[in-house]
Design a protein around this ligand. Structure first.
Ligand SMILES: [Zn+2]
Length: 157
């Protein structure tokens, strides 16, 4: 599997699977085939439209997580990252709140979470988590704002 393979014009497979924790702990984060098709869906329906709209590079913090990696970072046991159906990202110079709002108004998704964004603070604080199901009719279009252990419905500035 060539890590430099482009899944879509602006996103490589490597960007969706790399992890500093996996490297440090020598965890194999190579995705199975079923995950690849989900990552491709995320690139096509979420990441490319975001790249196109904002016209700037999208920085991917975390895409696919193998069970071992998800366990190592104490991720949720039901994390959609483990099936390649979720991605965490941000864009330098764009407030994560604005990024999340644009997605909520323009794209289809399962769950969209504004995570650890500090209103009135650093606009680049936090990140956006977005998931997408392969069965598009089942997407919940659910928006949440999460700060540490505090979870609220909707996107809250
Ligand atoms: Zn996430």
């Amino acid at each position: 599997m060539d890590m430099h393979t482009k899944l879509t014009p602006h996103f490589t497979l490597n960007e969706l699977i790399r992890s500093s924790t996996a490297s440090e702990l020598s965890i194999d984060n190579t995705p199975p085939q079923s995950v690849l098709s989900n990552l491709l869906l995320l690139c096509t329906h979420i990441l490319e439209p975001v790249r196109e709209h904002f016209g700037r590079p999208v920085r991917i913090n975390s895409g696919y997580r193998s069970l071992a990696l998800n366990t190592a970072i104490h991720g949720s046991k039901t994390s959609q990252h483990m099936s390649g159906q979720a991605v965490d990202f941000e864009i330098d110079g764009i407030a994560n709140y604005d990024l999340a709002v644009w997605i909520s108004e323009n794209l289809s998704f399962d769950q969209l979470i504004l995570e650890n964004y500090v209103s009135g603070g650093d606009p680049n604080s936090g990140w956006v988590h977005c998931s997408l199901l392969d069965d598009v009719d089942r997407n919940r279009m659910q928006t949440l704002t999460i700060h540490g252990k505090n979870k609220q419905i909707g996107l809250i500035k």
